[in-house]
Design a protein around this ligand. Sequence first.
Ligand code: FPP
Length: 247
Amino acid sequence: MNFSKEIDLHNIPKHIAIIMDGNGRWAQKNGQERLFGHFAGVDAVRSTVKAAAELGVKYLTLYAFSVENWNRPKEEVDGLMDLLVDTLAKEIDALDEDGVRLMTIGNIAGMPLSCQTTLAESIERTKKNERINLVLALNYSARWEIIEAVKKIAEKVKVGSVSTEQIDEALMSSNLTTAAIPDPELIIRTSGEHRLSNFLLWQSSYAEFYFAKIFWPDFDKTHLQEAILDYQNRERRFGLVSDQIKH
Ligand code: FPP
């Protein structure tokens, strides 16, 4: 189906965050090893970034590796790390040409050195790009980042640069790894699961959720358009009543 005509280009979510789920099941369905699903997932990443940029999305966050994912079999973890480095090496020219600025959230210092180096180079190389920000959530855990923010704020209170009364939502937000990134208006999860899985817990307070039944490797431009259209047909009330929004 073509949804592009129905989408209101003046009401595109500025930030869409995606939980890319179902690579393993997609591979299984196709009689392949799990890693094959992750390889196929990269194709979906490529087409989604392109489609999001075309639609005018300014931030696209992809949950690429969670803190919990370290517990997977070593072969899969190593394969995912290699895939990240190889994909960035292969795609960075095209991303740069397309005006994509790469960013990361999560505990990057806890990633393998090869990943850290490739990420740092890619971030530096694309830092002036403005068309779309591609935010990779890597070694990410929302609870971890909230605890880290609390520690940073506690330290500031301890040295006297912040008073307890000054602790508010803005201060908390500015101490998260997403400090430079607006909250997502739309969070998409593929594979039919209905969970947040430790993703953007603080930032998702007013987000709309969209659950797609398909596995991540099957996600493409049409599904992104479908999710945006669904989002546009909802009424975001932020705790108010319907009449207050309309007037
Ligand atoms: C979830 O599917 C997917 C992941 C944990 C990894 C996602 C990574 C990619 C798509 C590659 C990313 C690469 C770049 C460059 C961003 P799953 O393995 O949990 O699937 P399952 O639930 O069916 O097992």
